[in-house]
Design a protein around this ligand. Structure first.
Ligand SMILES: NC(=O)C1=CN([C@@H]2O[C@H](COP(=O)(O)OP(=O)(O)OC[C@H]3O[C@@H](n4cnc5c(N)ncnc54)[C@H](OP(=O)(O)O)[C@@H]3O)[C@@H](O)[C@H]2O)C=CC1
Ligand SMILES: O=C(O)CCC(=O)C(=O)O
Length: 445
């Protein structure tokens, strides 16, 4: 490892010792940058790595709100505005009880490179709260979103910071957040948030974009191996926004998706899962996944299991960070899995990735493979700025083009820096170079 990287990692570890997932994300990126630092001495001269690992700004705030019983609840809200050299901070909001500063920082850090890879002018940011939307009424969710925006509105705008959805934040929450922003600012500023409803300024295709994009990326990976997804047995973790639309696109491309999950367990049907039934249960009714077996008797529900135990050709981790560990990776390899494509952010542990890289598994990191969501958010901002509304086909075509471009960049940068076929190195180097160049051009700020 280049000494500048070792030194930076020591500083970052010292400063952020209580944030293990942030340290994991930083280490995973920096470890792959040695050949770039050797070729570009100005990166070390400008202490660019240390600057890159320190957020431009972090906001932590109290979110007091009233539940349906009339009791006052208090949550903690966050927004990390990590890097804005390529454009306004851009990244989702996560509402989940496990959210803390370290989680938001790791997600914002990943977002810098992901957003850079899209080729669009968007910087990296992320936010959220330790609020659990599960089991809350619509009214409670609305009051929470309003309370959250009561502080966030000071820090966001179409040219400063543009949030969107992530875990626990979908169309319903984006609507409430936008409504409160509009009320507080007395302005209909469409570009302040993405993932909006299509009838009031949202982009068609944003709902599907992350899942579809991940599958488009996997399709390109298969093509390199002169293969396709047609007829492949696939498993997906999660059954939220990313997982559902990955499932739909995989089925469209002729794959057989036999399993998916939520935090209560796994559903498995060797004949293949029914997208419409799953969407109804998870997206519309907000029910637990076990309900699927009421609709499809041929499926089984395995409480507390993982989809990685099931034999498959391709695996798509689409739930959350560190959900696939070394033991899971070994099982997948042993069972003949040949492709792992991350729909979630950092779902595979470093040990699992090491196992994939040392095996025949073709592995793609989330910051490249799941960039379709933020890319279509970028297209939503573009439509808002131009007062345009594109058709679903036009958005999908652009998404496909962007995902092909990211795939091509990963392979090109991997090759150029002597890591042929290594998507992890290619994604990190490609994402980093664009940001590094802009940071140098914009001076010491
Ligand atoms: N939405 C987007 O556009 C993008 C999302 N991502 C990433 O994709 C992943 C999924 O996001 P998204 O689909 O939007 O989120 P959703 O909230 O729609 O769905 C999340 C899914 O993951 C499961 N899950 C979440 N946390 C845990 C946990 N701690 N343990 C087990 N299961 C869990 C949920 O199960 P349960 O319902 O039981 O909690 C649910 O099935 C995240 O890593 C996110 O950062 C990346 C790019 C863009
Ligand atoms: O659409 C966006 O702005 C962000 C999506 C997101 O949070 C992500 O890419 O992880």
């Amino acid at each position: 490892m280049h000494p500048a990287i070792t030194r930076t990692l020591e500083v970052v570890q010292h400063r952020n010792h209580s944030e293990p997932v942030f340290l994991q994300a930083v280490q995973e990126v920096l470890e792959t940058l040695s050949p770039v630092i050797e070729e570009h001495p100005e990166i070390e001269e400008q202490n660019l790595l240390e600057r890159l690992c320190e957020p431009e700004r972090q906001i932590i705030f109290r979110v007091p709100w009233r539940d349906d019983k009339g009791n006052i609840q208090v949550n903690r809200g966050f927004r990390t505005q990590f890097n804005s050299v390529l454009g306004p901070y851009k990244g989702g909001l996560r509402f989940h009880p496990t959210v803390n500063m370290g989680v938001i920082k790791f997600l914002a850090f990943e977002q810098i490179f992901k957003n850079s890879l899209t080729g669009l002018n968007i910087g990296g940011g992320k936010g959220g709260a330790d609020f659990d939307p599960k089991g809350k009424s619509d009214e409670e969710v609305m009051r929470f979103c309003q309370a959250f925006m009561n502080e966030l509105f000071r820090h966001v705008s179409y040219k400063r910071d543009v949030p969107a959805g992530d875990i626990g934040v979908g169309a319903r929450e984006i609507g409430y957040l936008f409504g409160q922003y509009k009320k507080l600012t007395n302005s209909f500023e469409l570009g302040v948030i993405t993932g909006k409803g299509a009838s009031w300024g949202g982009s068609l295709g944003r709902t599907e974009a992350t899942g579809y994009g991940t599958v488009y990326f996997a399709e390109e990976m298969m093509k390199v191996k002169s293969d396709s997804l047609q007829g492949k047995t696939c498993v997906i973790s999660g059954s939220g926004n990313v997982a559902l639309y990955a499932l739909q696109k995989l089925q469209e491309l002729g794959a057989n998706v036999v399993a998916c999950s939520d935090s209560s367990g796994v559903i498995y049907d060797p004949k293949g899962l029914d997208f419409d039934a799953l969407r109804m249960i998870k997206e519309v009714e907000r029910e637990r996944i076990g309900k699927y077996t009421d609709v499809h008797g041929s499926a089984t529900f395995r409480p507390d299991a993982k989809v990685w135990d099931i034999e498959c050709d391709a695996a798509f981790p689409c739930a959350t960070q560190n959900e696939l560990d070394a033991g899971d990776a070994r099982k997948l390899v042993k069972n003949g899995c040949r492709l792992v494509c991350e729909g979630a952010n950092m779902p595979c542990t470093p040990e699992a990735i090491e196992i994939f890289r040392g095996s025949e598994v073709n592995f793609a990191p989330g910051k490249a493979a799941n960039a379709g969501g933020v890319a279509v958010s970028g297209l939503e901002m573009q439509q808002n700025a131009g007062l345009e509304h594109w058709s679903f086909e036009q958005v999908d075509k652009e998404l496909h083009k962007i995902m092909r471009g990211i795939h091509e960049s990963c392979l090109r940068y991997a090759e150029q820096y002597h890591r042929r076929g290594d998507y992890v190195s290619g994604a990190n180097i490609g994402g980093f170079l664009r940001v590094a160049e802009a940071m140098i051009c914009q001076g010491l700020i």
